[in-house]
Design a protein around this ligand. Structure first.
Ligand code: NAP
Length: 597
C-alpha cells in the first residue's frame, strides 16, 4: 500500500470526482489560492461528462458564456472562447452566431480544460472510503481517503484537511426494475443501445419512461434512427411540457438570487423550488418538442402512428421476459396497473443526490442533517458538522434544498468554486492561525453578548487573504436576531471599499469593544471584547439591501443604501464569545445583594 498525502503532510484539499464542478474548482485554486496543495481523484480513465447522453446534434441548454469560469473571471485562460481560439475555430464559431454549442463540443471544451490540470488528477481512482482521523489533541482534523486503482487493483491512501465531494447524481431507478442490456437508465444510453439494437430496419417496440429532456431526446433518437420502430413514452403528467426558459424566471440562476434563495426560510424555499421546477426538471426544450412533434406528424402523413404517449403513468416494475421485456405501468389516478411488452426500456427518470452511506460510513455520525436526512450545507458549501470534526467536507451539487435549483447545474460553477476555495484557503491558512476556533456561545450567555453588540453599533471586522496577513476595517454593524441559527450581523460598506473582495464569501471575525458598560456589567475601563466568528457575504441587490435595512431598522443608513454607493454585508454568526471580567456570583444575585442595606 502506497501512502501519498501523508498525515504529516496532508493535501489542503482532495476533490472527489473530476467532472465539471471539480474542474471549475481546479481553475479557481490556480487563480485564487495557487499555494494550496490539491489533488483530484477520478474513477474514469479521462474526463467525461454525461457520455451516455452525448447524442449527436443535441445542444447545450445554456449560453457558452456560462462556461467554467467566464462569469467569475473573463480574462481567465480557461474560458470557452479561449478554447475556441486554441482550437483555431474562434472566427468560425463567431460566424455561427450560436450561443448554445453542441453538447459534444462543450464536452471537448471541458476535456481541453481538464487536460491542463492533468498533473493534479489521478484517473482510474475509485474512492472506496472516507475516514476522519483523530489528532493528538483529540480533534478529527484530517480525512483519510481510501481509493482503488482500477487498472492495478492497488489500494492507495491519501490524507487531506478538506474534501470537495463532486461525484454527481445516482440514476433514479424504481426498486422493482432489473437493469440489463435491454432495460437501462438514460445515463447508459449511448454505450448500450446502438450495440444492443443493431438492426435499424426492424420493427422494434421501445419504451421510454420520463418526461424530461433526456426522455424527449431518447424518444426522438429512436423514432429518427429506427425508422420502423414504435415508441411508448410513459410519463407522469398529462403530456410533455416545455422548459420555462423565460429570462425573468432564468434570473433565479444568477449568483445574487442563489444567495437570496438560501437566506429564505425552509417553507419559503420549498414553495419557491416547486414553482420553478419547470425551468429544469421534467421538461423538454421548446424547439426540441417542435422537432419531435414534426417527426410524429410526418409519420401520420405516411399513415402510421409510431409515438404512443401513456400520460399520467409511471413505470413501477420491469425485467427480461423471454425474448423481450415486461413493463409494469401504474396510473397516477389508481386503478389496475397495465403490463406493456417491449424489446427495450430506457428509464429517463433523472437522478438522486446523496452521500454514499458506505463510502461515508465513518463520517456520517459527525454530520448535521435536516429533517429529510440530507446533510445541512452552509453558504460556502461546507457540510455542517459537530465541533469534533474540524476537517472540512464541502459538497458540489448536493444542496439544492438550501441553495436553489442552480445547485446541480453548470450556471453557478464559477461562483461556487470561488466560494469553496476561498473558504478552504482561509480555514486552512492564515485565517485559522489568526482566529483560533472558539466554542460557540462561550463565556457569558448569548443574550448578554447580543445586548452588548446592540449597544456597540460598530465592530472591527477582521478578514484574511489566502496566504497573507489578516486585514481589518471598522464598520457599523447591527444584529438581526431573527435570521440564521445564532443571528446575523448586518452592515453597509462603500462600494469602493478595498476590503470588499476580501470579505465576500469568507470567514471573518467581528470584534466589538463596548466603551461604557451597562448597569450590572463590568464598569468602564474594564477590558471588554466580544468576538463574533462568522461567514460573510455581500448583498449587492439594491432592493434586498433596502429591505434588510428596513427590517433591522438603522434609519440613518437607509438613504446611503438608496443612493446606490453601498454594498451590504451579512455575517452569519457561527460562534460568539465574550472576554470581560464578570463578578463570580450570577448577575441577578449580585443586583439583589446590592439592594441590601
Ligand atoms: P429529469 O428532468 O429529472 O426528469 C425525469 C422525469 O422522470 C421526472 O419528471 C420524473 O417525475 C419522471 N419519472 C421518475 N420516475 C419515473 C417513472 N418510474 N416512470 C415515469 N416517469 C418517471 O431528468 P432528465 O431528463 O434526465 O434531466 C436531468 C437534467 O439533465 C436536467 O437539468 C436536464 O435539463 C439535463 N439534460 C440536459 C440535456 C441537454 O443539455 N441537451 C439533455 C438531457 C438532460 P417525478 O419527478 O414526478 O418522479
Amino acid at each position: 500500500m502506497r501512502n501519498l498525502g501523508t498525515p504529516d503532510e496532508p493535501y489542503d484539499l482532495i476533490g472527489l470526482g473530476f467532472g465539471p464542478s471539480n474542474v471549475a474548482l481546479a481553475i479557481a485554486v490556480q487563480e485564487i489560492a495557487p499555494d494550496r496543495r490539491c489533488l483530484f481523484l477520478e474513477r474514469s480513465p479521462d474526463m467525461r461528462w454525461h457520455e451516455g447522453m452525448l447524442i449527436d446534434g443535441t445542444r447545450m441548454q445554456i449560453s457558452f458564456l456560462k462556461d467554467l469560469v467566464s462569469l467569475r473571471n473573463l480574462t481567465s485562460p480557461f474560458t470557452f472562447l479561449q478554447y475556441e481560439k486554441a482550437k483555431g475555430r474562434l472566427e468560425k464559431f463567431v460566424n455561427l452566431a450560436e450561443f448554445r454549442p453542441t453538447r459534444l463540443e462543450f464536452q471537448d471544451y471541458l476535456r481541453w480544460v481538464a487536460a491542463q490540470f492533468a498533473d493534479l488528477v489521478r484517473y482510474h481512482s475509485a474512492v472506496r472510503a472516507v475516514t476522519p482521523v483523530r489528532d493528538d489533541d483529540g480533534a478529527l482534523s484530517l480525512f483519510r481517503v481510501t481509493a482503488t486503482d482500477t487498472t492495478t487493483g492497488e489500494v492507495v491512501e491519501y490524507h487531506a484537511r478538506n474534501l470537495v465531494h463532486a461525484l454527481g447524481g445516482v440514476p433514479r431507478v424504481p426498486e422493482a426494475v432489473t437493469l440489463g442490456p435491454t432495460v437501462l437508465h438514460s445515463s447508459a444510453f449511448l454505450p448500450t443501445v446502438p450495440r444492443t439494437f443493431t438492426d435499424h430496419d426492424r420493427e422494434w417496440e421501445f419504451a421510454v419512461a420520463g418526461d424530461g429532456q433526456s426522455a424527449g431526446e431518447i424518444a426522438h433518437y429512436f423514432l429518427d434512427r429506427y425508422r420502423n420502430s414504435r415508441v411508448h413514452l410513459i410519463l407522469p403528467g398529462y403530456s410533455l411540457r416545455a422548459t420555462d426558459n423565460n429570462p425573468f424566471a432564468n434570473e433565479q440562476y444568477f449568483e445574487a438570487n442563489a444567495d437570496d434563495f438560501s437566506s429564505r426560510r425552509e417553507e419559503n424555499r420549498r414553495a419557491w423550488a416547486a414553482s420553478l421546477r419547470n425551468t429544469n426538471y421534467g421538461v423538454v426544450e421548446e424547439g426540441f418538442l417542435d422537432d419531435l412533434y414534426r417527426l410524429t406528424y410526418a409519420d401520420e402523413v405516411r399513415g402510421r402512428t409510431r409515438l404512443q404517449v401513456h400520460g399520467d403513468s409511471k413505470v413501477t416494475r420491469a425485467g427480461a421476459d423471454g425474448a423481450g421485456i415486461r413493463i409494469g405501468v401504474e396510473s397516477r389516478f389508481g386503478g389496475e396497473s397495465q403490463v406493456l411488452r417491449a424489446d427495450g426500456l430506457v428509464l429517463a427518470t433523472g437522478y438522486r443526490r446523496r452521500l454514499d452511506p458506505t463510502m461515508y460510513h465513518d463520517v456520517l455520525p459527525y454530520l448535521e442533517t435536516d429533517g429529510d436526512g440530507r446533510p445541512v450545507v452552509s453558504r460556502d458549501h461546507r457540510v455542517r458538522a459537530t465541533e469534533e470534526l474540524t476537517c472540512g467536507l464541502y459538497v458540489q451539487g448536493f444542496a439544492e434544498a438550501t441553495h436553489g435549483l442552480g445547485d446541480t447545474l453548470l450556471s453557478l460553477l464559477p461562483f461556487r468554486s470561488k466560494q469553496i476555495i476561498t473558504a478552504i484557503a482561509k480555514d486552512g491558512g492564515s485565517l485559522a492561525r489568526a482566529f483560533p476556533p472558539a466554542r460557540p456561545d462561550a463565556g457569558p450567555d448569548a443574550a448578554t453578548l447580543g445586548a452588548l453588540i446592540d449597544r456597540c453599533g460598530s465592530g472591527t471586522l477582521v478578514s484574511a487573504c489566502p496566504g497573507e496577513f489578516p486585514v481589518a476595517t471598522r464598520l457599523p454593524l447591527v444584529l438581526d436576531r431573527h435570521r440564521g441559527r445564532n443571528g446575523v450581523l448586518f452592515g453597509v460598506l462603500d462600494r469602493t471599499d478595498p476590503q470588499l473582495p476580501l470579505l465576500d464569501g469568507g470567514k471573518v471575525l467581528a470584534v466589538f469593544q463596548p466603551d461604557a458598560a451597562p448597569p450590572g456589567e463590568p464598569q468602564a475601563g474594564d477590558p471588554m471584547s466580544i468576538d463574533v466568528r462568522g461567514c460573510a457575504r455581500l448583498v449587492t441587490d439594491r432592493d434586498r439591501l433596502v429591505a434588510h435595512l428596513a427590517r433591522v431598522g438603522p434609519p440613518d443608513r437607509g438613504p446611503a443604501a438608496r443612493a446606490g454607493g453601498s454594498v451590504g454585508i451579512e455575517i452569519e454568526i457561527e460562534g460568539l464569545s465574550g472576554r470581560f471580567p464578570l463578578s463570580p456570583e450570577p448577575r441577578a444575585a449580585r443586583a439583589e445583594s446590592e439592594r441590601q442595606p
